[in-house]
Design a protein around this ligand. Structure first.
Ligand SMILES: C[S@@+](CC[C@H](N)C(=O)[O-])C[C@H]1O[C@@H](n2cnc3c(N)ncnc32)[C@H](O)[C@@H]1O
Length: 217
């Protein structure tokens, strides 16, 4: 169910250990590669919304490059971590929002970012339609998603064990999207895909799909 209480509780439990788990999965060199790609997608004048910001790792990568940043998530515990991380940026605002139905007016942002949100939700297409609604005409959507490619069997087992340890079950809402899946979802939401890039495809662990699309409407 969209943004359900159970989902929030799950993510709330993950908030304290999220950064350490992310770092062990991604590593510094790969994180720098992602940061470089992401930084190229935004401009000084951009008013950016991140949906599902978690602890704010990706919002922090762009906060000082943009005019204004609104980092949002449905989990209060994740937002506590994001508030600590983004506290030093006067242009950053942290808010609780459900990515399916945000409180923002149409055309409020010149850029919307989602990172590793879409493969965790039941209806990614609905969230992408919400992204389009809050984008200005000509605004850009930036999506980064874990990819199945380049992932060793051992890495999958470790990820599954991590879920079991944390939540007592393997995640039900965890369907990795391929680059083609993502392109179709974004196109179906009425956005024009401009770039897709696979980062880290030769790593022994998970790579990332990076996509930029424009609200051509
Ligand atoms: C895998 S984490 C990704 C966090 C962050 N984007 C990152 O990559 O480090 C997924 C995040 O999406 C949030 N989330 C899940 N469903 C959501 C919804 N319906 N609305 C807003 N946030 C949601 C969770 O609370 C969690 O923080």
């Amino acid at each position: 169910m969209p943004g359900s209480k159970e989902d929030c509780e799950d993510w709330g439990q993950a908030a304290q250990s999220y950064d350490a788990e992310y770092r062990s999965m991604v590593g510094e060199a790969f994180e720098n590669e992602i940061r470089t790609w992401l930084a190229r997608q935004v401009m000084d004048a951009d008013k950016v919304l991140e949906l599902g910001c978690g602890t704010g790792i990706f919002s922090a990568m762009i906060a000082e490059r943009v005019k204004h940043l609104t980092a949002t998530d449905s989990s209060p515990e994740m937002l506590e971590q994001a508030t600590q991380r983004l506290g030093g940026y006067p242009n950053a605002e942290i808010r609780k929002e459900d990515a399916y139905h945000t409180s923002f007016a149409d055309g409020s942002f010149s850029a919307v970012l989602t990172v590793n949100l879409l493969h965790h939700v039941d209806a990614p297409g609905t969230i992408l339609q919400e992204c389009r609604r809050v984008l200005t005409p000509g605004g850009k959507l930036v999506v980064i998603e874990c990819a199945g490619h380049g992932t060793s069997l051992w890495s999958w087992i470790k990820t599954g064990l991590g879920y079991l340890r944390r939540w007592g079950r393997v995640s039900e809402n965890h369907h990795h999207l391929s680059s083609d899946d993502l392109t179709t979802l974004v196109t179906d939401a009425g956005l024009a895909v401009q770039e897709t890039k696979l980062l880290g495809q030769h790593r022994p662990r998970m790579g990332f799909i990076c996509l930029r699309a424009m609200n051509a409407a």
